[in-house]
Ligand binder design. Sequence first.
Ligand code: B12
Length: 285
Amino acid sequence: MLLDINQVSQITGLTAFTIRAWEKRYGAIRPARDGRERIFTLAEVERLKTLKELVALGHPIRRASQMTDEQIIQVLPSYRPSLEAHRDQLLSLLTAYRLQELSDELHHHRVRRGVEEFLVDLVTPLMREVGHLVQRNQLSVAQEHAVTALVRDQIVRIRATEVTSGLSLMGFCTPEGDLHELGILMASKLSQARGYPTAYFGPNLPAEALADICRALRPSIVVIGTAPIVSNLDQFESYLATAGRQLKPRPSFWIAGAMASVASSPDVSVTTMREFVELLDQGRS
Ligand code: B12
């Protein structure tokens, strides 16, 4: 959601003059422009409200505008930037091709939030919004690729915790033809964080290759992530049949994402990341 300066003035109670001054003199916010008009994201509105509170507490705007989240929390204990505001902020950096800052911000969120909040509550809705914006031509395919690469980079840096004994080995892949990797990458990290031993088979895996790697590693569960693309809709049943036919014993196939509700006889269907996390917790109890 984007707002103009008059709307922001009404919401925050700051005059348009003050808002402009805080931008120009102190660089406290950096709204995008539509021609000569400033346009503000909800994240910037939240920031202006926080700055107003800090100024009311006696902190000069010059100093307040440079405070980090940690410093703000010390003087305003109730301060908690909302996830939507952060998602909007990430999107505005992407829109402006400020990729280094986007990378730094993603890094910052990964380190400060737990694995689950970062992946389930921030990255997943962020990527969904990226998809919508590309569809409406408000982001380019180049921007979609850039943010995917930066997000992937942060996810692979999440370190595995110690494996809990007694939990089943889980493998992760997407079917041949499906390049949408982030779902399985996230799911593998969420599983590791709960102590599951994991083997990452990767995206775009042919059925015969899935059978091969299962024979070698003998996972109890294979999580197959699926996007709603034509090759999955047309070929998924035969993919499962081909891989399954060659395996004795056959691991349990967990069909995740778009095909979860379509596949004819999945062992386990998982539609959302949240549901996946719940299944992991059930497996541990
Ligand atoms: C990034 C992206 C890509 C990247 C993928 C790169 C990579 N390394 O992963 C690239 C650029 C390669 C790509 C290509 C294409 N894409 Co694409 N892509 C996306 C995008 C923007 C984000 C996907 C993503 O990673 N999301 C993060 C995951 C975690 O969230 P999610 O996908 O919503 O999944 C949720 C559930 O389904 C479930 N889930 C999904 N997978 C898994 C896995 C597990 C294990 C679990 C537990 C849950 C789960 O959990 C998630 C949260 O609830 C989506 C937009 C969107 N709305 O999702 C489009 C989207 C999926 N792509 C789409 C399309 C059409 C394509 C292309 C055909 C485009 C083209 N014309 O070339 C190609 C197909 C390529 C191929 N053969 O696979 C469409 C699908 C259309 C539809 N029918 O709905 C979407 C929805 C965009 C759109 N709105 O048009 N894409």
